[in-house]
Design a protein around this ligand. Structure first.
Ligand SMILES: NC(=O)c1ccc[n+]([C@@H]2O[C@H](COP(=O)([O-])OP(=O)(O)OC[C@H]3O[C@@H](n4cnc5c(N)ncnc54)[C@H](O)[C@@H]3O)[C@@H](O)[C@H]2O)c1
Length: 445
């Protein structure tokens, strides 16, 4: 089948590459000429395990192409996927300008029937706006062309995006047109072979499903962080509590890890957007507002612990930071807790020496050259002469370090573990001080 994908970011590029891998003929359109040029050279602009191979293979077989020409894209695919960004506005609402710009372009160039598929995360009612924008543009051209607008929110996880797309838990399709649902079913069939995974529903329910899923996951994280903060004050160990509650199948073990707060390009903005949408419907989404404020507080916690350890004075101190990406296996630093920590350390007059296995380029792009940030090539290099070590991302390579080496290289032998990847008693047996999240010891003044 012929597929066009607007937006070659984390979602668009994975979507395009995986559809091509299944044998479809895919054209990816992006307005970022630099990105398109890199993709045409076989250079993958993001870190996503397994993506390089798929992109290269399908590019070589001519099943996956990249262009900046929207016109070419609209002429190409029966399916016109919209996978552009929907960043938050100042008031927390989702910025739909990119989505609607694509809709307008489709209306401007469409000559035959097209299925416009919203894959971007968009508020309930956006498919109606996309439809109106296309109709309006067609009207301005004085032409009549049939089209459908479908909601098909994406649930892939950065860091496991290819695997998630290839073997989705579910494919949500929002449409009231059975024929369109059938066509999408054919497109998705190769990814849902062992059992039916497509769930067809009305458009609005599909749009809300995506927000509800992310809001639920963010709620689990904030809930666990809330209990961790209690554990810290009550002398309990949240890791024991986690195992204790996770064993209840109604609760389960996934997504109940306490830590330095959730970040990334999705949870923060999607929770905010849902709170904002609720207010537009004159409803106070009280629970979700709390999820957000608990998370904001949690992202500040590591800094407060470090500051308390140094008795309120971080001026001239250097903090070694392990992990910059918002989670392992990605280079994405959007709303990453590492940023809150580093920015707070800088504001307090301290310096940061940081290492991340793949996000160093992103760190440089975000912060450029500044005297209070040193990016180093190896985890160990961050330690020399640093006053403390903070673990912010739970990369596998940080899990079994040489604790003797850490102790010897740090000026103050202390680890602030924002992801609870170490066993406190083990770390302490090496003569290091250890502060995790919710592990029964309170260090905030
Ligand atoms: N990143 C994730 O893990 C994830 C998961 C599920 C859903 N989503 C949702 O998917 C959407 C895209 O997210 P992302 O992380 O891939 O974003 P991204 O910022 O990585 O990529 C967006 C791309 O769209 C391009 N673009 C913007 N306007 C365009 C236009 N008019 N025509 C063509 N291209 C255009 C940009 O240049 C950019 O390359 C968002 O709504 C996001 O909430 C993201």
């Amino acid at each position: 089948m012929k597929v066009t994908v607007f937006g070659s970011g984390y979602v668009g590029l994975v979507t395009g590459a995986c559809f091509a891998e299944a044998g479809n003929n895919v054209l990816c359109v992006d307005i970022d000429a630099g990105k398109v040029a890199r993709l045409q050279q076989g250079e993958i602009p993001i870190h996503e395990p397994g993506l390089d191979d798929i992109v290269r293979r399908n590019f070589e077989k001519d099943r996956l192409r990249f262009t900046t020409s929207a016109e070419e894209g609209i002429a190409h695919g029966l399916f016109q996927f919209i996978a552009v960004g929907t960043p938050p506005e100042e008031d927390g609402s989702a910025d739909l300008s990119h989505v609607l710009a694509v809709a307008e372009t489709i209306g401007r160039h469409m000559t035959d029937y097209r299925i416009v598929v919203d894959k971007s995360t968009v508020p309930v009612g956006t498919a109606d706006k996309v439809r109106e924008r296309i109709e309006q543009t067609l009207g301005e051209r004085g032409v009549k062309v049939e089209f459908d607008v479908v909601s098909n929110p994406e649930f892939l996880k950065e860091g496991a995006a290819v695997a998630d797309f290839m073997k989705p838990d579910r494919v949500i399709v929002g449409t009231d047109n059975p024929r369109t649902a059938e066509l999408l079913k054919t497109l998705y069939d190769p990814f849902t072979r062992n059992r039916e995974r497509m769930i067809v529903m009305d458009v609005r329910s599909a749009e809300l499903t995506k927000y509800a899923a992310n809001a639920m996951l963010a709620t689990k994280i904030s809930f666990m962080n809330e209990i961790a903060n209690l554990a810290e004050r009550m002398g309990a160990d949240i890791e024991k509590v986690r195992i204790g509650i996770g064993s209840d199948p109604r609760i389960g073990y996934s997504f109940i890890y306490p830590g330095a707060g959730y970040g990334g390009s999705c949870f923060p903005k999607d929770v905010k957007a849902l709170v904002h949408s609720a207010s537009e419907h004159r409803f106070d989404a009280e629970l979700l507002r709390s999820v957000e404020s608990v998370n904001k507080r949690q992202k500040e916690l590591l800094f407060h612990k470090i500051k308390a350890f140094f008795e309120g004075n971080l001026a001239g101190k250097t903090i070694a930071v392990w992990g910059l990406a918002f989670k392992p296996n990605t280079d994405d630093m959007r709303e990453a807790p590492s940023r809150d920590l580093m920015e707070a350390v800088w504001a307090a007059g301290g310096k940061v020496r940081a290492y991340d296995p793949v996000a160093m380029g992103e760190a440089k792009r975000n912060y450029g050259d500044r005297p209070d940030l040193e990016l180093v090539a190896k985890a160990g290099d961050a330690l020399d002469g640093a006053d403390a070590l903070a673990i912010v991302t739970e990369w596998q390579e940080f899990r079994s370090p040489d604790f003797d080496d850490i102790r010897d290289r740090l000026r103050h032998p202390v680890i602030f573990d924002g992801r609870n990847i170490y066993e406190p008693s083990l770390v302490r047996s090496f003569g290091l001080k250890y502060y995790g999240i919710g592990r029964g010891e309170r260090l905030v003044v």
